[in-house]
Design a protein around this ligand. Structure first.
Ligand SMILES: Nc1ncnc2c1ncn2[C@@H]1O[C@H](COP(=O)(O)OP(=O)(O)OP(=O)(O)O)[C@@H](O)[C@H]1O
Ligand SMILES: [Mg+2]
Length: 270
């Protein structure tokens, strides 16, 4: 089923007089990967938390398929959208397989145990994230990147239609970064909607259909559109307060984004 999560005119402050943003619009649609990029502190995690209903905006609203998000029952909402936070500190020891199976909670009655089909879904999601060999390990003993992939498997096991992911590849090596972004791309092609916060502008350029660029200066989204429209030297240099160079990768032909050394003299234009 096709879904649309739409935020209109969002304003959010943690403390009175210090707004994170005052008028942000954002849309997450089935079939698309939407990247949310911007510097530290620009409000990416806050926006994702408002979009999934964990934070309530002071102004504006979030609609899921035209209905206010707050009007959905929690299990109904959890079957439609899943949120992967930027960091998770599990309070008790569980095996990796148990952590992934926790993702099945919206599909299992309160007093019912896991069914064979729930375990099958968990195993499939572990294959997708290359975590199946970790199944019997204690989650707390995993490396940062292994934990991140297991948590993603758990979110996928929830089988939501819309995925809201906060920096899912920040601790991953180059092989797993590309595997996860390629997986997100495949999920979108098969009908999922994905919103992903990332600091990796090159992966965002290559795998996202649309981007939202936030900045600490602007009170709304600084730019929104296709990667080529948003990832320009002018917009990025403004957002990151740094000299950003945008070129084309000679092999992949996707945009190649680099921050210039602040001490380097720009070449004289002939
Ligand atoms: N719980 C909180 N209480 C008060 N201020 C907060 C809280 N969480 C975040 N902030 C502030 O809100 C602003 C936006 O934070 P947010 O975490 O959304 O940024 P971000 O874009 O996700 O940054 P990063 O790239 O570092 O993850 C920052 O100035 C941050 O210090
Ligand atoms: Mg963040």
């Amino acid at each position: 089923m096709s879904h649309r999560l739409q935020a209109e005119g969002l304003a959010f402050s943690y403390e009175a007089g210090r707004a994170v943003f005052t008028r942000v619009d954002a849309t997450v649609r089935s079939g698309e990967v939407t990247g949310i990029v911007g510097p530290n502190g620009s409000g990416k995690s806050t926006l994702l938390r408002v979009l999934c209903g964990l934070l309530t905006p002071q102004h504006g609203q979030v609609l899921l398929d035209g209905r206010p998000l707050a009007s959905f029952r929690s299990t109904e909402r959890a079957r439609t959208l899943a949120f992967l936070p930027q960091s998770v500190d599990p309070a008790f020891a569980l095996t990796v397989f148990e952590v992934v199976c926790l993702g099945r909670y919206p599909h299992v009655g309160s007093w019912a145990g896991l069914r064979a089909q729930d375990r099958d879904v968990a195993r499939r999601c572990m294959c997708d994230t290359e975590t199946e060999q970790l199944a019997s390990r204690d989650f707390l003993t995993l490396s940062g990147g292994e934990r991140q992939r297991v948590l993603l498997a758990s979110i996928l096991a929830q089988e939501p239609d819309l995925l809201l992911l906060d920096e899912p590849t920040s601790s991953l090596d180059i092989h797993h970064q590309i595997e996860i972004f390629a997986l997100l791309r495949r999920l979108a092609s098969s009908g999922f909607g994905v919103a992903v916060v990332t600091h990796d502008l090159n992966l965002a350029a290559r795998y996202c259909d649309r981007l939202l660029l936030l900045s600490t200066e602007a009170e709304s989204v600084l730019a929104e559109g296709r990667p080529g429209e948003v990832l320009t030297e002018g917009l990025l240099s403004r957002a990151y307060a740094a000299r950003i160079l945008v070129s084309q990768h000679p092999i992949t032909r996707t945009l190649l984004i680099t921050a210039d050394d602040p001490g380097r003299e720009p070449e004289a234009v002939p």
